[in-house]
Design a binder for this molecule. Structure first.
Ligand code: TYM
Length: 342
């Protein structure tokens, strides 16, 4: 069945404490996707089970994330926003796709190696399967584009190969599963930790002081940006050994919607202190509307459930069609010709 001209899918973990990297690298792209095509956005609670977690907290964080996405500008009238576990097609498709996914490839994935190193005591089997579930998320919707930050590149490459393997093995090369394109923002695809600009800003690995959260108070944002680690030089310019300043340039460019070269030009005469103050102010302004709308949205859990429920229904209607095709081609379940005639 033909879908829309441009279908865009992305997923986000329900960690609740979404940071500036998530916002610039991904959420801002989700919001603009709504103008460009059919946006489908999924809060991936099943992916969150691949590391140690607390069940009650998972529910809370899921609502936090839903409210953040709505506050950032996702409009349920213009996109589909839903919770992954509400649409069971994702888990079924994960299993089906495992038959065209090579184990060695999963074992070599960066995320698996990094996270399993960090969790010596108990590496969950789900962590190995994480990328297959992610492939299923996207492929179930035959999405054309996947807006993500740089850290998801390897995952998108894998899902492209999985789709391709499936099409060759089961569909005679026909694009039954759409091979999706990676879409990264030109500026801000990899925002770095403010305290350690050689590491990406992240909820898990990075430093608390180096991570600006979307819901941080303006004062906290100011403090974090103003105490960002820089170098001993004085030029507001990118270059070797200038990762800290380069990161701030990138952040300012992203929140202003301009290029980094333009930032360098307009800030050429500034000292680091002055430049940091400028970046802090811009980030505060950038995140303020999200924080302001968030509180009211977060209070209304029934309202959030209603949004997610409607989203899941619309998502299921699309995913179930893909699953029917995949099952048929894979020889799983009753053949459709017989199933529809009895
Ligand atoms: P998650 O929840 O870790 O991150 C959400 C999005 O934020 C981007 N991101 C960043 N962008 C720029 N700079 C950073 N420092 C930074 N940190 C994070 C991520 O690239 C991501 O786009 N595996 C995914 C969730 C997922 C998914 C999917 C994504 C599940 N299924 C299907 C796309 C399609 C993840 O953990 O995202």
């Amino acid at each position: 069945m033909a879908g829309p001209a441009l279908r865009i899918f992305s997923g986000i973990q329900p960690t609740g404490r979404k940071h500036l990297g998530n916002h610039i690298g991904a959420i801002a792209q989700y919001v603009t996707s709504q103008e460009r095509g059919e946006g489908i956005f999924c809060i991936v609670d099943l992916h969150a089970l691949t590391v140690a977690y607390d069940p009650a907290e998972l529910r809370e964080r899921l609502y936090d994330t839903t409210a953040i996405l709505l506050a950032a500008g996702l409009d349920p009238a213009r996109c589909i926003l839903f919770r992954q576990s509400d649409v069971r097609e994702h888990t079924e498709l994960t299993w089906l796709l495992s038959s065209v996914t090579e184990l060695g490839r999963l074992e070599r994935m960066h995320q698996f190696r990094d996270k399993s190193d960090a969790q010596r005591r108990m590496v969950r089997a789900g962590l190995l399967f994480y990328p297959v579930l992610m492939a299923a998320d996207v492929l179930a919707y035959r999405a054309h584009e996947v807006p993500v930050g740089e850290d998801q590149r390897e995952h998108v490459e894998l899902m492209r190969d999985v789709a391709d393997n499936f099409n060759r093995r089961f569909a005679g090369g026909e694009e039954v599963l759409v091979v999706p394109e990676l879409r990264m923002p030109e500026v801000g695809a990899r925002i770095m930790d403010l305290q350690d600009p050689t590491r990406k800003m992240s909820t898990t690995g990075a430093s608390e002081q180096g991570t600006v959260y979307v819901l941080d108070e303006p004062k906290a944002i100011e403090k974090k940006v103003k105490s960002a680690v820089t170098d001993s030089g004085s030029a507001v310019r990118r270059g070797d050994g200038k990762e800290g300043i380069a990161n701030l340039i990138e952040i300012l460019a992203a929140v202003r919607g301009i290029g980094p070269a333009e930032v360098e030009e307009s800030s050429a005469s500034m000292r680091y202190g002055e430049f940091k103050a400028l970046v802090a102010e811009a980030v505060v302004e950038y995140l303020a509307p999200v924080r302001e709308r968030y509180t009211e949205l977060r209070e209304d859990e029934r309202g959030l459930e209603a949004v997610l429920g409607q989203g899941a229904e619309r998502a299921r209607a699309i995913a179930s069609g893909t699953l029917a095709d995949v099952r048929e081609l894979m020889g799983v379940g009753a053949p459709s010709a017989i199933a529809t005639s009895v």
